[in-house]
Design a protein around this ligand. Sequence first.
Ligand code: ZN
Length: 383
Amino acid sequence: MSTNAQFKKQANGLAQEYLIIDSHQDLPWRLGKKMEDISKRTEGGDFDYPRAKQGGLNAVFLAAYVPAKYEEEGGAKTKAAEAIDLIKGLAETWPDKFVPAGSVADVKEQFGGGRISLAMGMENGSPLEGELDNLKYFYGRGIRYITLAHSNNNHICDSSFDDKPKWNGLSPFGRKVIGEMNRLGMMIDVSHITDKTFYQIMELSKAPVVATHSSCRHFTPGWERNMSDEMIKLLAKKGGVIQISFGNMFVNEQVNKESAERRKLMNEFIRANDLQGERKERYIDEYVKAHPLGDADISDVVANIDHAVQLVGIDYVGLGSDFDGVGDNLPNGLKDVSCYPNLICELIKKGYTAEDIKKICSDNFLRVWSEVERAAIELQSSR
Ligand SMILES: [Zn+2]
């Protein structure tokens, strides 16, 4: 057997042997647009049961994503509740394939049983609608992390994608949200927010936090959506974890530049022609199709993982693919949930040990989740 074939065999073995958890996938958004039978291999999309099994995926956080526009229009809580219903429906429809997971214990107990654990995160805090009680409601429905903002500032904090900050970090309500999330045992997701928001959370949070789908700004200079070296260091110092996102524009400088340029041109046209609502969405759809971005490679993702490891060590890095959230803009070799073994193979080639790989696949993330659970018990009993 050639060395390459040996690496591949070893990688496949590890992918099946170790618990793999992916902290961010947008399958609910995809299925909300067009429901498919994901118990079988689907034509398009990045996730289905057969491919997930092939890739060794055991647990995944599905995003109950609510677009930023509902912050203004209203109805965000209803939208989130619908997304949660959709996710819960997956395990109800295919109970031999999927099983809900609401704790580290669930994920560990269900590991090895053949079914994929479905945990839930909420992407965008708009559904809280200014009520701390809604945090309890969403926790009760199974949400275990909240990505505080998405593409625009909201009533909780500032978004890295918005033109200018509204709060210079967290709003007064957002500060209360942090405390209440700690108390409930909900993970705080620092992906998508501004640097200022991140640093304020690091001051306030009584538990470690997670970036569920972010990569290293080192490779995408100036792009606030990814984490700077300084931020990664602080995140790790406080026991958190960065879950590296796979999208081409997250991991490759050239694609990131192309994407920024494309967004700038689109925004100029949208503003000049005052496009809104459906016209705006149709324009963006068509423009994006007509102007595809360049390719990235699995080696770009490995470089991001390795950069974070070189910065802070092996204990603070994991996987948050963003599958079904970035269209076709995924690296060669890492196109869907069947591809985790390819990534493991590249890490082996780079000299990562089996123990290192186990940490990246799930141990690091589960440690943070456990810490958040433990901190909540402490905070609740100290009242
Ligand atoms: Zn996202």
